[in-house]
Write a protein that binds this ligand. Structure first.
Ligand code: GRG
Length: 291
């Protein structure tokens, strides 16, 4: 196992435990069960970015855990809603039946809503989060990243593209994905700087390139991935007639673009020197991953 895989697994265990603890503290209900179900089994890449960028600014895991659990809660909500029949209509996620298949659509909508609320609750809690000003910066920036100018906008553009008269151009797909996938990844990578009142600009540049590389890898996995490893159905994009990085650039072109973006992401970390080596490995992982 690489140093990065060990660090990712360790971060994921810590963050998932914090998130599951916060879910377990909710009143006993089917919604709580569905939230707990949806919050398990991911890679925890976004939570890892929060812990790693917090460390880069000399903050401890304990100080960063609520922010890491918050971004994984938003991510879990987005996946539940994305899988609904009104959106991507998927029955498999992380190798398990999706929430609306295991329960029903109303439960899936409400569990997603409640995970979103829980994310902001986690960020608002004083212990062991940082000072109030930093907490407000985290809350406001997450609302923007997840909302109508960020992830929700990207998702809406993706849905609109399915019935658009012409396939999207490369520039349009790049902009769409910057919202749909990139906004949460960027928030996660900037979280450490925000908690430390430092300038998040270099980490934002890192994450924007990384987020796009991560999405190109997702498009490649949709064409070439093994469902036993990805834990979700593959070849959905082509079936839906969707323009993707692979349909526009070809497989080799998409791989080359992803490699270029990883180089850009790594270069953005220059101001941090060797202290950012784990984040450089994270960029490599984004395109080498099998799930
Ligand atoms: C419903 C508002 C709303 C948004 C949904 C996240 C999303 C937007 C849709 C999911 C579909 C998709 C392919 C998104 C691209 C981002 C992506 C690769 C998500 C999967 O993230 P991973 O690989 O998943 O980090 P795990 O399971 O490891 O957490």
């Amino acid at each position: 196992m690489s140093a990065f895989s060990v660090a990712l697994a360790r971060a994921n265990a810590l963050v998932e435990a914090r998130l599951q603890g916060a879910i377990a503290a909710q009143p006993d209900s089917t919604i709580r069960d569905a939230m707990a179900y949806a919050a398990q089994g991911g890679k925890g890449f976004r939570g890892f970015l929060v812990l790693a960028t917090a460390r880069l600014h000399d903050l401890t895991d304990a100080q960063a855990l609520n922010a890491a659990a918050a971004i994984e809660a938003i991510h879990a909500y987005s996946l539940i809603h994305d899988d609904l029949p009104a959106m991507d209509d998927d029955d498999l996620r992380r190798g398990q039946p999706t929430v609306h298949v295991k329960w029903d659509q109303a439960t899936a909508i409400l569990a997603g809503d409640a995970l979103q609320s829980l994310a902001f609750d986690l960020l608002a809690q004083p212990r062991p989060a940082p000072d109030a000003q930093a907490r407000l910066a985290l809350i406001g920036s997450l609302a923007q990243a997840a909302g109508a100018g960020g992830m929700v906008l990207g998702q809406a553009q993706d849905i609109a593209a399915e019935t658009a008269p012409a396939p999207l151009t490369l520039a349009q797909i790049t902009a769409l994905q910057a919202g749909k996938t990139g906004a949460l990844i960027t928030w996660a990578a900037c979280a450490g700087a925000r908690m430390a009142h430092a300038d998040p600009a270099p980490l934002a540049a890192y994450a924007q390139a990384l987020g796009l590389a991560f999405q190109i890898a997702d498009d490649i996995l949709d064409v070439q991935g093994d469902p036993a490893l990805t834990g979700k159905r593959v070849q959905k994009d082509e079936g839906a007639g969707k323009a993707t990085f692979v349909s526009l650039l070809g497989l080799d072109g998409a791989r080359a673009r992803a490699r270029e973006l990883v180089q850009q992401a790594e270069a953005a970390l220059d101001p941090y020197g060797s202290k950012a080596d784990l984040l450089r490995q994270a960029a490599q992982f984004a395109i080498a991953r099998q799930n």
